[in-house]
Design a protein around this ligand. Structure first.
Ligand SMILES: [Zn+2]
Length: 318
């Protein structure tokens, strides 16, 4: 599996116009209806090269999306990484110093370490704490069907079901290398009403990823109940599609310097039989532990290193 290049098929938005927000945080705009209701946050660019979310948030700005109830915040997270974005080298601008989506624990946010991403996370933390509903828009290295990452709790799966798209919903508890924004604070607490979804909208550059980001945003706004009917009359939320819910059971963690997949997997493949060889780690076969095993977001070759996750394995729960 060589490094692959995928073109960006949709216009990369110029977000400079959104720099000066109205919240005291650059690239964060909050619109307050002045009426009771949830605070809804739609966020793009948690990863600086995942431009489909910025496309969707830019579109919401252009449509002048304003809540009729509660509050709507539109934000761009890792703007310093995105400032370096180039369609020719999209993989290079995922972050500046470290993964913004692995720093969301109090020990890291309150700790002494400094990085571009920690600085931005510390800036955004009051907003993430204040939001009732968070939609975090992402995309993937390899071309695979869009998936919602609903987190470990029933509340996330229920919200994903209400959205009605995309077709795959992944229930998981995150990554050993650090906590995600979607799991921070009350979002990660089963009993807390805060609720978050992360949508992986497709391959970074695909036009369909930009459309999925926008469709997910519209469905999210519909379910949040903050927009007037007239907004959806002008910008209809998509109809629901049949969904499959998948529980991640465990990661395949790389042990040797030499890991390779048995085939070119891009994600969401179903391996029918237990014991099927899906790769080799230092020459040792890596096999599926159960029938109907689903490969969740295999890592591209550049991220294949000892200690890293090559792929996560999941089973259909409904
Ligand atoms: Zn991402």
């Amino acid at each position: 599996m060589d490094e692959e290049h995928y073109p960006t098929e949709y216009p990369v938005p110029d977000i400079a116009r959104y720099r000066r927000g109205n919240t005291g945080i650059d690239y964060v705009h909050t619109f307050d209806s002045g009426r009771p209701g949830p605070h809804v946050l739609i966020n793009a660019l948690t990863h600086g090269n995942e431009v489909c979310g910025a496309y969707a948030v830019d579109q919401l700005f252009r449509w002048q999306a304003r809540p009729a109830r509660g509050k709507l915040t539109l934000s761009f997270a890792n703007v310093d990484a995105f400032a370096r974005f180039s369609p020719e080298r999209p993989a290079d601008t995922r972050w500046v110093d470290e993964d913004f989506n692995r720093v969301w624990s109090d020990d890291k946010l309150d700790g002494p370490r400094a990085s571009s991403e920690l600085a931005r996370a510390r800036e955004l933390r009051p907003l993430i704490t204040a939001a009732d509903l968070l939609l975090d828009l992402h995309s993937m290295h390899l071309p695979a069907p869009p998936v919602t990452i609903a987190g470990p709790h029933a509340k996330g799966r229920e919200l994903a079901r209400r959205l009605g798209l995309p077709a795959f919903v992944i229930s998981d508890s995150g990554h050993a290398t650090g906590a995600r924004m979607r799991d921070y604070g009350g979002f990660g607490d089963a009993g807390d009403p805060q609720n978050a979804l992360l949508v992986e909208c497709g391959q970074h550059g695909e036009a369909t990823a930009a459309q999925t980001a926008l469709d997910s945003s519209l469905a999210f706004l519909r379910e949040a109940g903050v927009m007037a009917d007239s907004f959806f009359a002008a910008h209809p939320a998509p109809a629901p599609v049949p969904q499959r819910f998948i529980q991640v059971t465990h990661p395949v963690v790389i042990r040797s310097e030499r890991f390779e997949f048995a085939q070119r997997y891009t994600g969401m493949e179903t391996i029918p039989r237990a014991g099927t060889v899906i790769g080799h780690d230092g020459g040792e076969p890596v096999t599926t532990p159960y029938d109907e095993c689903i490969l969740v977001m295999p890592a591209p070759l550049r991220y294949v290193r000892p200690g890293f996750t090559a792929v996560r394995l999941g089973k259909v729960i409904e």
